[in-house]
Design a protein around this ligand. Structure first.
Ligand code: ADP
Ligand code: MG
Length: 260
């Protein structure tokens, strides 16, 4: 409940969005309003093609709303652009660079590869079980380790807000469970604000502190559900609670009702 007292990092106000092409218009977002508060882990679920990735692109500034607005309250105050990190389904690690040099690539590109920042990246690799693999090539890592390395690369840039677009969907089911657990735990320990997009309901509930349930296109918000789990519980522990089952049923019903 604490999250409600925190300032918001991003606010969508009555955002409408459509893609335009030679074949015509694809209306995607219909009057979307919500905000992401500092410290929150917001999960977004909805049917495939409903516009979840589009929402992340709007947050990242890669797209602009047609009508309505997207505010970054802090940015309005300080004039400093929000530092946003993006993590995608494919990890985009480069095979010709070592794990450490992959993790510091973003720093290099931003010309922030100071000794101090590299040390921070090393500390993250040590803390999250990759210290022995710093000089390894990405192909020597398991799928789960690769995703951890990709997350650490994003964290090395010290983002205020992390955008995760189906980051586990390329993994097999078992790996997916444990990697989801890992990634969720790292984000919580590093006290990051995150928006996770997924079509996996169980993943949304076990990782999030709040779930936004999206309708099919043109998308509106079906329900906005704060999750009231013990914050010390791991994602896997949450999956074994009655509370989890209740949230699952509730969201499932909303999605089913929208389908018909
Ligand atoms: P989701 O991430 O929820 O699966 P997307 O945000 O990727 O959905 O896409 C929403 C809708 O917009 C889909 O119907 C998709 O086909 C369409 N779409 C996505 N990107 C483009 C584009 N660049 N041009 C035209 N249509 C697009
Ligand atoms: Mg998508």
């Amino acid at each position: 409940m604490e999250a409600f007292l925190c300032p918001s990092l991003v606010q969508f106000q009555e955002v409408n969005f459509a893609y335009h092409s030679m074949d015509g218009e694809t209306p995607v977002l219909s009057n979307i309003s919500f905000s992401v508060r500092e410290g929150e882990f917001l999960s977004m679920v909805g049917p495939s093609g409903c516009g979840k990735s589009t929402i992340l692109s709007l947050i990242a500034g890669l797209l602009e709303p047609e009508t309505g607005s997207i505010f970054f309250p802090k940015q309005e105050k300080t004039g400093v652009q929000a530092n946003i990190g993006y993590m995608l389904q494919r990890d985009h690690l480069f095979e010709w660079r070592s794990v450490l040099r992959n993790v510091t690539l973003g720093l290099e590109i931003r010309k922030q590869k100071t000794k101090e920042n590299v040390r921070k990246a090393e500390v993250l690799l040590e803390k999250y079980g990759l210290e022995k693999f710093m000089d390894a090539k990405p192909s020597q890592l398991s799928g789960g380790m690769r995703q951890r390395a990709a997350l650490i690369r994003t964290l090395a840039l010290n983002p205020e807000l992390l955008l995760l677009d189906e980051p586990f969907s390329a993994l097999d089911y078992q790996t997916r469970l444990s990697v989801g657990d890992d990634i969720g735990t790292i984000i919580r320990k590093e006290k990051k604000t995150a928006v996770l997009v997924t079509h996996d309901l169980a993943e949304a509930i076990s990782l999030g502190t709040r779930v936004l349930v999206m309708s099919k296109r043109p998308t509106h918000i079906l329900c906005d559900l704060p999750l009231d789990f013990d914050p010390e519980m791991t994602p896997l522990e949450k999956r074994n609670t009655g509370q989890f089952q209740q949230y699952f049923q509730q969201i499932w019903k909303e999605l089913k009702r929208d389908e018909t």
